[in-house]
Ligand binder design. Structure first.
Ligand code: FE2
Ligand code: FE2
Length: 182
């Protein structure tokens, strides 16, 4: 049976690819070999819309509340830690965004490099904790019907909040950036 965590784990793989691209981008910017303002802005869009709004949105608005309802306490537990890390991640994305000026094709190198490093170092262990600790906890307590309900809600959320075809657009963009950077 398909579980809500399967969908989220699949998205984790996509986010990890985007983080690998960010790392390469950051290296090139740091070594001053290349700064592509358009590509950098597009990748930030993947992080703020796909990783944060869509993926973290599904976790915060649907999976975590379902886990709480099933008896997993939020306060002082792993859910609270995950939520705090989402907030931190948002700050790092905002810092990367203010470091780049797309119109003038300029960049505050130090600020961008620092924020990118912090974001990568936050998100990789965050994903591992969810895959290995939080999701198994949820799968233990969620009924089959709740899993189905979550999967349906995820689909509706993608359509209504992120927009039709947006996911495919991000996949295409990442494919292009992967060929360019990795
Ligand atoms: Fe998360
Ligand atoms: Fe996640």
């Amino acid at each position: 049976m398909n579980k809500a965590s399967d969908d989220l784990k699949h998205e984790h793989e996509v986010i990890k690819l985007a983080l690998q691209i960010l790392k390469k981008m950051r290296d090139r910017i740091m070594e001053k070999t290349e700064y592509d303002a358009g590509a950098t802005a597009s990748l930030l869009e993947v992080f703020s819309v796909f990783a944060d709004q869509c993926h973290h949105g599904k976790e915060e608005k649907m999976l975590f509340p379902a886990m709480e309802e099933a008896g997993i306490l939020k306060e002082n537990g792993p859910i609270a830690v995950m939520l705090a890390e989402h907030v931190k991640g948002r700050e790092h994305i905002a810092q990367m965004r203010v470091a780049i000026d797309v119109d003038n094709k300029s960049i505050d190198t130090e600020k961008f490099v620092d924020a990118a490093k912090n974001y990568i170092e936050l998100l990789i262990p965050h994903i591992e904790k969810e895959n290995n600790v939080l999701f198994p906890m949820g799968d233990n307590v969620l009924s089959d019907s709740k899993q189905n309900e979550l999967l349906e809600d995820f689909e509706k959320y993608e359509e209504n909040v992120i927009g039709h075809g947006k996911h495919e657009e991000f996949h295409e963009l990442l494919k292009k950036l992967k060929a360019e950077y990795i």
